[in-house]
Design a protein around this ligand. Sequence first.
Ligand SMILES: [Mn+2]
Length: 352
Amino acid sequence: MTPLLSPQQIALWQQLTADARHIIITCHRGPDGDAIGSTTALASWIRRHNPAAEVHIIAPNIFPDFLKWIPGAADILIYDKHEAEVRALVEAADLVIMCDHGELSRMWTLGDVVRDHVCPRIMIDHHLNPEPDIAALAISLPNLSSTCEVLLRILLEIRDQTGEPQEEFLTHDEAVSLYTGMMTDTGAFTYASSRPEIFELISILLRCGIDKDKIYRNVFFTYSPNRLKFQGYMLYVKLDVWKKAHASIMTLTNAERRRFGILNGDTEGLVNLPLQILGMKLSIFLREDTEHPCIRVSLRSVDDFPCNEMAAEFFGGGGHKNAAGGEIWGTMDEAVALIKKAVQKYMPFLKD
Ligand SMILES: [Mn+2]
């Protein structure tokens, strides 16, 4: 594997992580498996390598229940819930490590607290367009699938540099955290995961004794009975396939939410299902917002269909080529009408 870090960067990493006594590790708002996995693995690694340091993981807001089993996740401080305590910790920090975000604004108001506090920062990330000049050491690799992959490669390079014994470079729990992030950011290695290095790294994690099948079940087999029945309802009753456009649409109202007693996270992943239809290129999911009079739009595609461009042009949103979102201020009928207009405009991408 080609090294990610120069010898100078490794030296800087070593110096920053060894000298600090009050370390804060942050992730983006709406933490996902990669955010929780990278922060918990790194916190554990630093505690082992710099026992004199006090290390805190801070998330801007709560993370989903299906990530709570991750080793170390129980100790994560939630800024939304403990504002004063977190503020004091940030103000005492002599090192801030940003994981899985390249911009302070991705932490919302917590980003302002971090920005106002002067101390060295390290950025470990894989998102496009990192904010310039916010970190003494910025390790931003948009070509890698996950921050956990970036972090694992950093720790391997440090091991090789320091000659640390093989068995001490990563604990079982750290390996579990890192695997979780690599798995969740690639849809269990079904997208953005064709580089051979990923599987070399997985083999290293397996040698640390992780049970990858169990990790998969811990994350993905966590439905309530209601959620599965609701999914059946959405596919059987609400899925509308536009054959000629190779597109599909599902809509969800708040009345339906109440009827099935579903929670916000229960709609997660629903938008991906129609892409299992042979030849399907675009899946659209519209749902009434639970707080505001607007319709939230989720788009998923395969191959070259630019979800991000459609989201930016029609729904005031954005995202990635194959996954994007936005919102429509209006009724569901108005939203569906606008979607039809958008699909018409992007028909050249959808036709055979
Ligand atoms: Mn990520």
